[in-house]
Design a protein. Structure first.
Length: 399
């Protein structure tokens, strides 16, 4: 019987709240807190059991600490924005509460996608006897656990990793992002980095393209190599990796809009002065775009996210592919959300469950692949994200 405070009432926050509410035997009390409390109340109204809601500015450590001291939760699930990670970690330390998130800390003024700021909290959490679990979404999150599971059960040594994130869903808008537009656009416009022979190699954004055919008739999609934060932790925790790459599918229309918006400066993160006011172009753009949490009823099609690992077992080379396929409309039926928020929110709930059940509890700051993948993988099958594993004869995205 445990109490959680969920911070952030956006697309992902909605799913996490639904999924936690479905498991009263684990999450016996739920508080959903966010900057705009009416969004918390709207989510609460969709649920079959009562939860508490609260208004909080998670940038303000003192305000959040007061809320945590009042509520005394066992765990904070941070699904606000990456900008709040450090202030929420500080408040957790001040109030003596465990911490979980789904995205690495980002400074407002530079797109970095680095763990160093959060890894620097290792000693503080250890000394406080508190656990911080980083990156418990889908990617990062499930993809890290998939990699750990494959390394544990299929290989003596893993050498190559390709994380492939295909969204075959269509929301009918010429341009919209499936999760927070600011974070999404920062991610896809950043320079690409991939791991090659013990180093990160930098290439221009979207400069490497491949074609990937998903299993189970999901379709064939153009995927683009890009940097994604789990590459940093996975190459650190699996040092035998000689190459690691992350790929994401994008449609023609999305890329064309992004190119034009980039060319005219609308994706910039530096403030500009406009009629006496400081405006950050990408934040203004966010205000114009559809809210990702409203895409649920319109999005049709499937996501297919998985990892391909090459390595050695008993002296022989092998290739293993582990993936999940999820239908956007099925997600909408269950939790009134599209599959991108769903595939992030379910692993956040499962990571929280692992911590609250004591399966993943160890003072310090940990990336998700550092814990035993088996109980998490079992729960993925139970709580809406079933996966399959297949051995491949060949695999090549360079061809
Ligand atoms: P949204 O923009 O839909 O939601 C963010 C929520 O956080 C909003 O409700 C917002 O409040 C709230 N918020 C923002 N700032 C504060 C603050 N200072 N104090 C309190 N609340 C605040 O984002 P998503 O739900 O799409 O994404 C949530 C997180 O999940 C992000 O960190 C994102 O990077 C991560 N993510 C991770 C993925 C993964 O697979 N690992 C995939 C997709 C997302 P308001 O409503 O007032 O704006």
């Amino acid at each position: 019987m445990s109490k959680v405070v969920i911070i952030g009432a956006g697309g992902v926050g909605g799913v996490v709240t639904h999924k936690c509410a479905q498991l009263p035997e684990v999450f016996s009390e739920i508080v959903l807190a966010s900057r705009t409390e009416k969004k918390c109340k709207a989510i609460a109204a969709q649920l079959e059991r009562p939860i508490k809601t609260a208004q909080v500015d998670a940038d303000n450590v003192a305000e959040l600490t007061t809320l945590l001291e009042q509520e005394k939760p066992d765990l904070v699930i941070n699904v606000a924005l990456p900008y709040q990670d450090l202030t929420i970690m500080d408040a957790c330390l001040a109030a003596g509460v465990d911490y979980l998130d789904t995205a690495n800390y980002e400074p407002l003024d530079t797109a970095k996608f680095e763990y160093k700021w959060q890894w620097a909290y290792q000693d503080k959490f250890k000394q406080a006897g508190l656990t911080a679990l980083l990156g418990s979404g889908f990617d990062p999150g499930a993809t890290n656990v998939f990699t750990a599971y494959i390394a544990k059960h299929y290989f003596d040594e893993i050498h190559e990793l390709d994380i492939i994130d295909v969204n075959g869903g269509d929301h009918g808008y010429p341009f919209a992002t499936n999760f927070n537009p600011e974070i999404n656009i920062r991610e896809v416009t950043a320079e690409c980095r991939h791991w090659e022979n013990d180093n990160f190699v930098t290439t221009p954004a979207m400069s490497k393209k491949a074609s990937f055919t998903c299993p189970e008739q999901v379709g064939t999609y153009s995927i683009y190599r890009m940097y994604h934060e789990e590459l940093e932790s996975l190459t650190k925790h699996f040092p035998t990796l000689k190459r690691a790459q992350f790929w994401m599918s994008f449609g023609e229309s999305y890329l064309k809009h992004l190119e034009v918006l980039g060319n005219v400066g609308m994706t910039g993160i530096e403030p500009i002065e406009f009629q006496g006011q400081q405006i950050v172009p990408i934040q203004f753009l966010k205000a114009l775009l559809p809210d990702p949490s409203t895409l649920g009823p319109r999005t049709k099609g499937k996501t297919c996210i998985g990892v391909v690992v090459k390595g050695i077992k008993e002296g022989k080379e092998k290739i293993v592919y582990l993936y999940n396929i999820k239908d956007h409309q099925d997600c909408y039926q269950e939790v009134q959300s599209q599959a991108i928020s769903y595939t992030t929110g379910v692993p956040a709930m499962i990571g929280a469950k692992m911590m609250l059940e004591g399966k993943w509890k160890q003072p310090g700051v940990w990336n998700i692949e550092q814990f035993d993948p088996d109980p998490f993988m079992e729960d993925m099958n139970k709580y809406g994200l079933p996966w399959k594993v297949v051995e491949l004869d060949s695999f090549d995205l360079d061809g």
